[in-house]
Design a protein around this ligand. Structure first.
Ligand code: URA
Length: 271
């Protein structure tokens, strides 16, 4: 069966889908001895010889899903040109090449999903899928009800108004306070920027939930593999969102095909 070249590369565990596309564009990938730069080229893993930087791809690995509680002062990437500790240092026994799904700031803590399932990662991060992310945050001062309403409705940021959020007061701590905020987007430093906008800077940020996954009692610096139930919940989420997307696209292309012909529409409706 033929699949897209970038999917084959990502599925082999060599890189994320995005990195695979970059390697294709840069001319690092050959199919049957010829450099292929075209994204979306279809290949048959059984028949075609695909090499990246002159080396054959490894056999496709089974999917692995890990949940890590990132401590602060650790990069959420696998490598850091500045030499700071990264999440890779926290996965000593993991032999499968997994990639972080999304980012957390250096000084942020909490739940990170890592996987070699490129399609799943891409779907979970896609802004169109609105996967909810919940953060427990300590902020400077105490927010008024009006400021909370502003966060809930949407805050004007330099890259546009944020989409509706859920905000709950958790507790007060002397001069400061703790809140729980759930957002459905993943813009850079989004939570910190939202709180800056209402003049209550974030002092501490912990991601406690990502879609159906929760941190529960995983200590900072520890990781575990997802249970089958959790991995299935993620796959179901991806499937339900992609199915919804596909049926939306079908409906809109059908209606744009049908709109200029009102008589056919009514005939179909009555059929
Ligand atoms: N929002 C932020 O501002 N920082 C994070 O690390 C995650 C969400």
């Amino acid at each position: 069966m033929e699949i897209r070249l970038q999917k084959l590369i990502a599925g082999s565990g060599l890189s994320s889908r995005r990195k695979a596309e970059e390697m294709i564009a840069a001319g690092h990938v050959t199919v049957n001895g010829k450099v292929v730069r075209e994204q979306g080229t279809r290949v048959d893993p059984e028949r075609d010889h695909v090499k990246v930087n002159g080396r054959h791809l490894r056999a496709v690995q089974p999917y692995a899903y890990l949940l890590l509680n990132k401590p602060k002062n650790v990069m959420s990437t696998l490598d850091d040109p500045g030499g700071r500790p990264t999440v890779k240092h926290l996965l000593p026994g993991v032999t499968v090449r997994v990639f972080p799904v999304g980012r957390l700031d250096f000084d942020s803590e909490g739940l990170m999903l890592l996987t070699n399932h490129g399609d799943l990662a891409q779907a979970l991060l896609h802004p169109r899928y609105h996967v909810p992310k919940t953060y427990l945050i300590k902020v400077k001062g105490v927010l008024t009800d009006e400021e909370i309403k502003t966060l809930v409705r949407g805050v004007e940021l330099e890259d546009g108004v944020t989409s509706p959020a859920t905000v709950k007061k958790v507790r007060k701590a002397k001069q400061n306070s703790w809140l729980e905020i759930t957002i459905h987007e993943g813009r850079k430093h989004q939570v910190k920027r939202m709180l800056e906008a209402v003049r209550h800077p974030v002092l501490k940020l912990i991601r406690v939930r990502f879609g159906p996954l929760t941190l529960e009692d995983l200590a900072p610096g520890e990781y575990r593999y997802l249970t089958d139930r959790e991995a299935n919940a993620l796959r179901d989420l991806m499937r339900s969102r992609t199915d919804r997307e596909a049926s939306k696209q079908k409906t809109s292309s059908r209606s744009s095909r049908l709109t200029p012909r009102p008589s056919r529409v009514s005939m179909r409706r009555s059929a």
